[in-house]
Design a protein around this ligand. Structure first.
Ligand code: CAA
Length: 390
């Protein structure tokens, strides 16, 4: 039976996240966006109430929540501010390869520290010349005895300037293309240099930095999965995190939809609220449908993971549709506000700027279409498991 009814626990979780977004995030979101303020106060509080590190297994002190649970939280927090949620959620992206490929000892050490205090971790995949084309990366890791030495630069790294840990992808066999990449858990030290903080169009409260690894030494036990299997680890990670990005995009779109709906009932033109004009009603109706379908696609992609099934196709469907929806719905919200929508005193221009990154990070909308086309033209078995050996 297909049933999207949430359990009482899931409803409480959603309520907790919504209250947090309404009381702790929303009141500061527009100010933090304007000033590019790092939201450490909100990170500390979110950690305290259990809205970070939600996928950390119970045996390491975490809540061990499901992927669907995570999406419920992510939609609400992004409804508050997707920039702040990007900072709150980045530990999940950095932690996924550790869950997939870290030894018991490494998981206990790493997750134990994250649960103990509001430490941050960053996922270091992208490089200046290797964005969509992951296997074009140049960062090198060379084995020396029982250590690896890492050299190279990663860009667009979420929370990079504040992270204590980094999940780093590097070439261990430079001539082997995607089969020559390995992943490592790296702890911040003096050889890890924060080169540049980006001045961004949207999500201005989140930190995005360039990180350089300068002869950074890592004990071989921090190799995640097998040597040269890092590319698959990255792909399996993104299968697990794209539903969360889709949930965030749904949260942005829902916020814009709610603002536009309320405004349309207040703003009077031609003697009646603009919500009485069919031109506006059709915009509102399309927004409502798109938000609804984004959420359904998101939940579907998360539930497959919770069932232990591979969701590559469905997570790309969800991420692509919800990201494009966020862009369309926020743009339409500006349209409903008319000239006021273009002005910073009103809330929707921030949402439109924030929405843009949804079509870019964790795989552009074009990369999602590429994955969808491949998965559609070369269909896999429906019972394929979510995890392959790495
Ligand atoms: N699960 C398991 N294995 C997978 C897989 C998946 N989802 N997808 C691919 N693979 C395997 C393939 O089976 C293949 O295996 P073999 O070596 O056995 O043949 C191997 O991986 C290579 O696959 P492809 O030939 O499909 O690889 P490709 O080079 O053509 O790339 C791609 C595919 C989809 C374009 C991929 O590179 C991609 O997703 N690019 C986008 C990267 C991305 O999302 N970057 C965002 C970074 S995170 C971020 O945004 C930072 C932040 O802080 C928010």
């Amino acid at each position: 039976m297909v049933d999207f009814t949430l359990t009482d626990e899931q409803k409480s979780l959603r309520e907790l996240a919504h209250d947090f977004a309404a009381k702790e995030i929303r009141p500061k979101a527009w100010e933090y966006d304007r000033d590019g303020t790092w939201p450490q106060d909100i990170i500390d509080k979110a950690h305290e109430v259990g809205l970070m590190n939600t996928h950390v297994p119970e045996e390491y002190g975490g809540a061990g929540l499901s992927y669907l649970d995570g999406c419920l939280i992510e939609e609400e927090l992004a409804w508050g501010c997707s920039g702040i949620q990007t900072s709150l959620g980045a530990n999940g992206l950095a932690g996924a390869p550790i869950l997939l490929g870290g030894s018991e000892e490494v998981q206990r050490e790493y997750f134990g520290e994250l649960v103990e205090s509001p430490k941050l971790a960053s996922f270091c995949l992208t490089e200046p010349d290797a964005g969509s084309d992951v296997s074009g990366m140049r960062t090198r890791a060379v084995r020396k005895g029982d250590k690896y030495v890492i050299n190279g630069s990663k860009c667009f790294i979420t929370n990079g300037g504040y992270a204590d840990f980094f999940t780093v992808y590097a070439k261990t066999d430079p001539d082997a293309g995607h089969r020559g990449i390995s992943a490592f858990l790296v702890r911040k030290d003096d050889t890890v240099i924060v080169d540049k903080k980006e001045d961004k169009m949207g999500q201005r409260a989140s930190n995005t930095a360039t990180i350089t690894f300068n002869d950074t030494e890592v004990d071989a036990k921090y190799l995640l999965g097998e040597e040269n299997k890092g590319f698959k680890l990255a792909m399996m990670t993104l299968d697990r995190t794209r539903p969360g990005v889709a949930a965030m995009a749904t949260g942005i779109a829902r916020a814009a939809f709610e603002f536009a709906t309320e405004y349309s009932k207040e703003r009077v033109q031609f003697g009646v609220p603009i919500a009485m004009h069919q031109a506006i009603q059709f915009i509102i109706a399309d927004m409502a449908t798109k938000v609804h379908l984004s959420r359904l696609a998101t939940w579907n992609s998360a539930v497959l993971l919770d069932q232990g099934r591979r969701n590559t196709l469905e997570s790309s469907h969800a991420k692509r549709f919800a990201a494009d929806t966020a862009m369309e719905v926020t743009t339409d919200a500006v349209q409903v506000y008319g000239g006021y929508g273009f002005i910073k005193d009103y809330p929707v221009e921030k949402l439109m700027r924030d929405a843009k990154i949804m079509q870019l990070y964790e795989g552009t909308s074009q990369i999602q279409r590429l994955v969808i086309a491949r998965e559609t033209l070369l269909p896999r078995r429906v019972d394929e498991p979510a995890t392959v050996a790495v």
